[in-house]
Write a protein that binds this ligand. Structure first.
Ligand code: HEM
Length: 416
């Protein structure tokens, strides 16, 4: 897409999201060590409830709001309306996260942070709903994924506020999977629009695209019902429909092939070739993790004593799919936000390798330490407990790599 305008509003969102991701991941790394049996002091362990808050309400919420404010207007070549309101929504979300800490000390009532967060989300949703009424020139279907994503975002938060007052027992895994549907559908919306043009100038498959949208609608409805813990089969039905949605999406975007781009590839040299290779490797890896996460979630329903399946469903999705997709798109989304271009030629595969190594070690570690019949081999917990820290190192390496690849803006580099 042509470079039209910069999006300074997104900057505080993206920077805060990355800072919270670091803190949340450090807390998660300590938590996994303690689950594997390494002794950690009680003061440090008392931070573990903040892991979920920092990763979901902090990192993912702020990142998606920031990127949404940049990308939805750019889809239709418009400027962001009411940037001051967008800044206000940032203030509300940050205030809500800060309040959560005081709520844990019981200084403030627990619903106050929920209400502030909902205010921020409401502003974001209002601005996006206003913008999607403007018809884009191409690929209107991507808007359907974005609207569904926001619908899920609002629903999860409203349900949480209402039902928490009655101490209602959600199905824990389905509730997290439903929450993660928000970033996943947002990612689908962005990828539907941009991925084909970045990896071979193709349009998505029309019929499969339509089928994906219908399946995604069913996934949203079933996900909400499954999270409400009405029936033990609903989470399994939800998982199967969601797996079909993801496979159908991958087919419609030719993620694992299905079209001959050999002629187009010959035209790619230098920077374009590096970007093409980076994108095609990361999309394949990220979608493989998404499929795996959903299958592992189904296995957890069959073997609920194996906590490993629970942990891996969440983290194959959050680190394997969402994390790799962010690594894929961030270099293309940052230029309009920071007004600098990023050169893919200067990238290396070290962060990708580190994350895959971390998730592989975690998979083995989880089965050795986190299931009913686990053998818990003494002495090895320190090796498996390293998995979280490898992710933290990967984050550092990725941030340094992006920093080293920055140039002053050059208009011939393609961005989102
Ligand atoms: C360094 C990377 C990470 C480590 C070491 C880590 C570790 C953990 C551990 C030990 C748990 C408790 C066991 C469990 O419920 O599975 C957990 C739960 C969780 N993690 Fe992570 N995590 C990491 C990254 C992330 C990311 C990036 C996200 C989301 C963006 C995330 C979201 C969650 C959620 C939603 C839970 C469930 C909490 C609950 O049950 O209330 N984690 N994590």
């Amino acid at each position: 897409m042509a470079y039209t305008n910069t999006s300074p509003v997104s900057k505080p969102f993206v920077i805060s999201a990355i800072v919270l991701l670091f803190i949340g991941s450090i807390i998660g790394s300590i938590w996994i060590m303690s689950l594997y049996g390494i002794e950690i002091s009680l003061e440090i362990l008392s931070t573990t409830p903040f892991h979920r808050i920092l990763q979901l309400d902090g990192f993912l919420t702020l990142l998606i709001l920031g990127i949404g404010y940049m990308i939805v207007p750019r889809f239709r070549n418009e400027l962001l309306p009411k940037p001051k309101l967008a800044y206000f929504s940032y203030g509300l979300v940050v205030a809500s996260i800060s309040l959560t800490f005081f709520e844990h000390m019981e200084i403030f009532p627990s619903f106050l942070s929920d209400v502030l967060r909902l205010g921020g989300i409401g502003i974001f949703s209002g601005i996006v709903f206003f913008l999607v009424q403007i018809k884009p020139k191409l690929l209107r279907k991507s808007d359907y994924f974005i609207v569904m994503s926001i619908f899920i975002f609002i629903t999860v938060n409203v349900l949480e506020i209402i039902f928490n007052q009655f101490e209602y027992n959600f199905d824990p895994l389905s509730q997290i999977q439903l929450w993660l549907l928000f970033p996943i559908l947002m990612i689908f919306g962005v990828q539907y629009k941009f991925l084909p043009s970045f990896i071979g100038f193709m349009r998505p498959k029309n019929v499969t695209g339509n089928i994906t949208i219908i399946l995604a609608c069913f996934s949203c409805i079933l996900g909400i019902l499954a999270s409400l813990n009405l029936n033990e089969f609903l989470p399994i039905v939800f998982s199967f429909v969601f797996l079909s949605t993801s496979i159908s999406f991958a087919i419609s975007l030719y993620i694992f092939g299905g079209f001959d781009n050999s002629e187009i590839k010959k035209l790619f040299h230098g920077e374009k070739k590096a970007r093409f290779q980076y994108l095609s490797i990361l999309t394949k890896i990220s979608f493989s993790f998404l499929f795996l996460a959903i299958v592992v979630g189904i296995l957890y329903r069959i073997y609920p004593d194996t906590f490993a399946y629970y942990d891996l469903t969440i983290h194959y999705t959050s680190i394997g799919f969402i994390g790799f997709t962010i690594m894929l798109f961030l270099p293309m989304m940052l230029p309009p936000i920071i007004n600098k271009s990023i050169q893919f030629l200067k990238f290396n595969k070290f962060p990708i390798f580190l994350v895959i190594a971390a998730l592989s070690i975690r998979t083995v570690g989880d089965f050795l330490y986190l299931s009913s019949n686990s053998i818990k081999p003494a002495g090895f917990e320190y090796i498996f407990g390293l998995s979280g820290w490898l992710i933290v190192i990967a984050l550092f390496v990725f941030v340094i790599m992006i920093h080293r690849s920055m140039n002053t803006f050059s208009s011939d580099i393609q961005t989102i």
